[in-house]
Design a protein around this ligand. Sequence first.
Ligand code: ZN
Length: 234
Amino acid sequence: MKFKVAQCWDDGVYTDIRLIGILREYGAKATFNLNPGNAPEETRGTSWGRFCEPPKHWGYRGFDAGKIAVKDWKRVYAGFKVASHCWKHEVADRVPAGEFVEAAVKARKLLEDIFETSCPGFAWPCGISTPETVKLLKEAGFAYGRTTRNVDDVTACRETLTLDSNCHFADNKFREKYMRVREQGGIFYFWGHSYEMMDCEGLWDQLEQKIRFISEDPDAEWVDVIDLVPYCGK
Ligand SMILES: [Zn+2]
């Protein structure tokens, strides 16, 4: 059996377009976690120079990330999996649980309409969940909910509604963690935001090297996040 690798990216930002170019070049699978309530009418590019803070401007260190309009999602994310990241990036412990789950389901339904496929995945905005929202999301039929915690063994997760990953894409131990999981024949799962690479060529190059390294690994195979669910809690 091949060693499995999965990745996901959050927030539907403009830099996903560049990221997707790299993923397509190396035949890598990925899931994009999207929040329609914060998407602009028109796709907006990136720029420097304005001080901005998420979630209003989806900025990072002064880099205004820009976001992709919902009407462009089907074209931009074609061939990749998409998942709910709530409607307006609601955070589980900051809004009433019922309202939170309604927002999560509303985003999922819109994604299912746009992409004409089932989208049972979820990524917790800011990585935050509560016992009540976990229970409600499960009842609503979500198959998993990604946190932002790092673990050594993703498959040890007993509750896929709080599914942890191995690391963030920019983790300085990324390769070390990858090799460790690879040796054990497990699953390696990483996540991030494409805007964290800003327009810094060095960061984009590092990411491209990682994607190429994995795609050229004869013992590895890219899978989607949803494919991890059956391996968890065994
Ligand atoms: Zn987010």
